[in-house]
Design a binder for this molecule. Structure first.
Ligand SMILES: NC(=O)c1ccc[n+]([C@@H]2O[C@H](COP(=O)([O-])OP(=O)(O)OC[C@H]3O[C@@H](n4cnc5c(N)ncnc54)[C@H](OP(=O)(O)O)[C@@H]3O)[C@@H](O)[C@H]2O)c1
Length: 432
């Protein structure tokens, strides 16, 4: 089915860096899906950059401008997407866009955590919208969930791992006993930390995000300055190690709680019991754990940063804005594609297998040989029991299911293999 014709919506993009350039390529590459979901044809008309002489890939050259007037004074541009970061001139640009009744999308946590309240009021006064999903927890749609899906949830507390850099560093310290400085250097080498990591490791970045989340969850104005924060610079690796021995995991947590008519929002290093859902959120991942009177507990987790991930949140805000003006996805069929089904036998899977075998020389070699012939490689094998009750328990590297099943058929027929083997798929292994 062809995408709907729909209204034409034009965007002015401010900034063409890591996120801005990915927003451009997502809007181009996913044009059909976006048209289908929003009921409009959405495109970027102009892009603001500082230096026009810098060569840039993606958008055509005549899209770029170094003059904000080309965007703000263009009446065809109805949405301004701010991706330059920092508070100035972003604040002035956003204010002017809202003043003129244009809708705004931004990923700017510094700005929203400091000036959000003023901007929300201005957007209401001007009967337009400001959306900022990408300002907290990257690709995780926590703001939309809080504002829309949990409108009646009566949120009582939010626990967030909302800074990927510090979570990566603490995960490394706990996992390997590395000192803070070495874990930070490693995070910088892998691109999980900036050359100047101060905002992240001091807890200030997490504080800005918790201010935004608390404002939305508790419908009250929480600014960055209202959030006390302590960072992870002074964490001793011994604490991470001893915590592990006690069954506890060290995290930099943002905690926002509602106490009757007051709220408390803070960021600090904290120990979590290993069975807490947030304890297993490792590396550069983010997660937000919500508790509410009518929802009990819900956790959202995923990549907290990255150009493409953040861009996907920006695009979802654009679609939300456009959908409020057009019939949108509710008016179009949900299943508008006719995709083929991918055959089960070609799915790449990891398997666990328990084989009842005769405990005699040559059996394991014959089994390994049969799997090898089908290019099925064994990751781990352990032997349980002896004599008539011997068992081999095996885990395999990911492989196309047809190769595994073909090998298994041969293995089952081997002399020395007793009962019919029953493989179980292992999820979360090295399959793609
Ligand atoms: N990167 C992420 O993973 C991520 C995740 C979550 C949120 N964010 C947020 O997304 C926003 C953009 O981040 P980013 O990583 O894309 O930043 P970036 O790579 O540094 O890109 C910023 C872009 O804005 C341009 N710019 C800066 N000041 C400008 C001005 N006064 N006029 C015109 N253009 C200007 C820069 O131009 P030059 O190239 O000339 O400097 C650059 O193209 C920030 O608010 C950031 O906090 C980013």
């Amino acid at each position: 089915m062809a995408p709907p014709e729909g209204e034409k919506i034009q965007i002015g993009l401010l900034g063409y860096g890591t996120v801005g350039s990915q927003v451009y390529s997502l809007l181009e590459g996913q044009a059909r899906e976006i048209a289908q979901a929003s009921g409009a044809r959405v495109s970027i008309k102009r892009i603001l950059v500082r230096d026009l002489d810098v060569p840039r890939e993606g958008a055509p050259e005549d899209t770029f401008t170094d003059d904000f007037k080309d965007i703000i004074e263009d009446d065809d541009i109805s949405i301004v997407v701010e991706l330059i970061g920092g508070t100035e001139p972003a604040f002035d640009y956003i204010t002017e866009a809202l003043e003129r009744g244009k809708a705004v999308v931004t990923a700017n946590k510094q700005l929203i955590s400091q000036q959000g309240f003023y901007l929300f009021q201005l957007s209401q006064e001007k009967k337009t919208q400001i959306r900022f999903e990408a300002s907290v927890a990257g690709a995780i749609p926590v703001i939309k969930v809080l504002r829309e899906s949990m409108v009646a949830a009566e949120i009582t507390s939010i626990y967030g791992i909302v800074n990927g850099t510090t979570n990566y560093i603490l995960t490394e310290m706990s996992r390997t006993g590395t000192k803070y400085d070495d874990a930070l250097a490693c995070a910088q080498e892998w691109g999980y930390a900036e050359a100047d990591p101060t905002e992240d490791v001091s807890g200030k970045d997490a504080a800005a995000k918790m201010a935004i989340l608390a404002s939305i969850a508790f419908h009250s104005n929480v600014r960055l300055d209202d959030v006390d924060c302590a960072g992870i610079e002074d964490i001793n690796p011994l604490d991470a190690e001893y915590a592990g021995e006690l069954g506890l995991t060290l995290k930099l947590l943002g905690v926002a709680k509602l106490y009757d008519d007051s709220i408390n929002v803070r960021v600090y290093p904290a120990l979590l019991s290993q069975d807490h859902p947030l304890a297993s959120v490792g590396g550069a991942y983010n997660a937000v754990f919500l508790q509410g009177r009518s929802i009990d507990e819900i956790m959202l987790s995923g990549p907290g940063a990255g150009g493409m991930e953040t861009a996907s949140a920006v695009v979802s805000d654009i679609v939300s804005i456009v959908s409020r003006r057009t019939p949108g996805f509710l008016e179009y069929p949900i299943a508008y594609k006719e995709l083929d089904f991918f055959p089960d036998e070609n799915v790449v899977s990891t398997f666990y297998l328990r084989l009842e075998v005769e405990d005699k020389p040559g059996v394991l070699a014959a089994i390994a040989n049969e799997f090898g012939k089908h290019e099925v490689s064994i990751e781990q094998v352990i032997q349980k029991g002896r004599g008539v009750h011997a068992e081999l328990v095996m885990v395999f590297h990911a492989v196309a299911e047809k190769s595994f099943m073909a090998a298994l058929e041969k293995v089952s027929a081997l002399e020395g293999v007793k009962a019919e083997p029953r493989p179980i798929r292992v999820e979360g292994g090295d399959e793609q």
